[in-house]
Design a protein. Sequence first.
Length: 274
Amino acid sequence: MDSARQCVKVEKEDGISWVWLNRPEKKNAMSPQLHLEMDETLAELETDPETKVVIVAGAGGNFSAGQDLKEYFRGLDQNPAGAKRIREASNRWRWGRLYMYDKPTISMVEGYCAGGAFTQLLATDFAVAADDAVFSLSEVNWGIIPGGVVAKVVADSVLYRHGLYYACLGEAFDGKEATRIGLTNFSVPKEQLREKTVELAKKLMAKSPAVLRATKQAMRMVRTMDIQQAGDYLANRSLALKASDPNKSYETGLSQFLDKKSFKPFFEPFKKEG
Ligand code: COA
């Protein structure tokens, strides 16, 4: 991992890689350099054997104040070639990479989460917020629309009327409201945020990695398929999983339930073998 990176910090602990947006003095507003560094960092961690789960968070108590209005917008306005390159990196890490990431991903949100930061928030598999986190689709107040892919991912993910309401009004809302509208999975008092996020990461790490990967990617892929395409895709993905799972999870699960009687799936994952 490249320790020369300025705008991204990585901490590894017990299988979890914490990826911190690291411009705390700018509330982690996303500059061109941050986008390039995040893109490289996530690509590296995706194949890093020590990394079982990635948690995306913001250093200094704020998730992210969105795109950097000075460096990302004004700074690139007169530089179309640079703007294209940076926009590609920005959309790649915040959506393309994270959406189909080979490992489970969680956003941990405290403090401000604004505008463009909704993209990585919704691209990660799960999101946990502090009750008092402050969310805002603030674009309407800047004279711009929720661009990049923000309008699309919000419309696809949160309860529709609420998405429309917050996009059109730009009003701030807290972590409890974010959960009510489907933007985050749950919120907790701020002092429990790290502990509850780690708890979720540990539950994910107890699952078979191959089965978890296939499950999350299948859930995402079927969203844009019709029922026949989905049935066909899922049948093939199931076969591919059985053939390639190093833990032989299917055989292991059945044998622990039917033969050894050592496991019931409602209550716990099977014990990984192999
Ligand atoms: N782009 C560029 N700079 C930003 C920024 C952004 N999105 N968000 C914060 N900053 C900068 C501030 O300009 C300030 O820089 P300075 O110290 O050089 O003056 C620094 O970060 C600290 O922010 P400040 O506004 O002083 O902190 P605050 O606690 O009073 O307010 C926010 C925090 C997040 C409420 C406020 O900064 C804000 O509204 N930011 C814009 C958020 C937004 O709408 N983002 C979406 C962009 S599409």
